[in-house]
Design a protein around this ligand. Structure first.
Ligand SMILES: [Fe+2]
Length: 341
């Protein structure tokens, strides 16, 4: 009896499932097969060679079930779908302050100007805000040397953000992350902070409907960055999106640290889309100086007064102001008139 003959019998049993099936497969009688198996047992061939802990990884069927559930979650939260709604308390006018790239911890950022703009946020007065991203510099590894030219270390950046969120968190409606915010890593601390204050937040794009009690809806579509540039037109990428079919009431973006606005009329329905490219609170920009970018920062934010009583094809539906004080005064006047009417 060789070791190979004994192993052959063991393999035949494992494959056939029984001694009888093994005997048939080997062309032997049952007694001869059993003899080989006894020899295999003596040689230690019938004991498992190894024992191990269970696998750290999920079995295939479990991964499939989890992946399907994940896809349903991702699909439901995806961009450009309806479902994100902010419920207005009344049918009257309101103001949205679109805050451009904040870069709160950058040495070239004008925090006094930032504080002036955010001082106008007041939900009780129907003035709420959007953050358009690049809240902090969050210089990532190859750019981390830039912290050498800044007084504010990365952890203090987050403390600075928290400091301001305690003041304005409840008056912010929405937030989209910028490329700098992405550099902070996949952990999405910014998203968690925004959630803490009930601010709707997305990493890339966010489309929201402001719904009045009478059913009237005003939609706002924001991205930190819209694709498409033109040296002749600062708002080119955003207007292009409107022209290509993004027919929201307001389209808004940041990222380029320049200002621009434009109005797009849907030729079929007459609906007007109001497009705004918002600049930055980082007024002194070493990077722009290095690359020779021209300064086209008209205002770090824009105040939009929306009168939902006007129709979608009314060019007065949205009015923009580069001074929050003028915007707030216009809003107060509209609301006073609405009350008196
Ligand atoms: Fe930026």
């Amino acid at each position: 009896m060789t070791r190979a003959m004994a192993q052959e019998a063991v393999d035949a049993v494992l494959k056939g499932g029984s001694v009888r099936a093994a005997a048939e497969a080997l062309g032997l009688g049952r007694a001869a097969t059993q003899n080989r198996l006894d020899a295999a047992a003596e040689l230690g061939l019938t004991r498992p060679r190894t024992t191990s802990n269970p696998s750290r990884w999920r079995p295939g069927a479990e991964i499939v079930a989890a992946r399907k559930a994940e896809f349903e979650r991702v699909k439901a939260s995806g961009p450009l779908i309806s479902g994100n709604t902010i419920h207005r308390p009344d049918d009257g006018p309101f103001m949205l302050i679109m805050l451009g790239d904040e870069h709160l911890d950058n040495p070239g950022t004008d925090l006094a100007l930032w504080e002036r703009w955010i001082s106008y946020l007041n939900r009780a007065k129907h003035i709420t805000g959007w953050s358009l991203g690049d809240v902090l510099d969050s210089w990532l590894k190859p750019l981390a040397h830039l912290y050498a030219n800044a007084e504010t270390p990365a952890p203090e950046g987050w403390i600075l953000l928290q400091h301001y969120m305690e003041q304005i968190g409840s008056d912010l409606d929405c937030s989209v992350a910028g490329n700098h915010d992405k550099w902070a890593g996949a952990n999405d601390v910014l998203g968690m902070i925004m959630e803490q204050y009930g601010v709707m937040h997305r990493a890339d794009s966010l489309r929201v409907a402001y719904r009045c009690p009478n059913g009237r809806e005003i939609t706002v579509n924001a991205r930190h960055q819209w694709p498409g540039r033109s040296m002749w037109n600062e708002v080119h990428g955003i207007k292009r999106a409107a022209r290509m079919g993004i027919r929201d009431t307001i389209l808004v973006g940041g990222h380029t640290h320049v200002s621009g606005e434009g109005v797009e009329r849907d030729p079929m329905t007459g609906k007007v889309s109001f497009c705004y490219q918002v600049a930055a609170f980082k007024l002194i920009d070493e990077y722009a100086d290095t690359l020779g970018f021209l300064d086209r920062n008209i205002s770090p934010a824009v105040a939009l007064v929306i009168d939902p009583r006007r129709a979608d094809n009314d060019p007065e539906l949205v009015k923009h102001f580069y001074d929050p004080d003028a915007g707030a005064a216009y809003l107060a006047m509209l609301r006073r008139k609405a009350k008196a009417a």
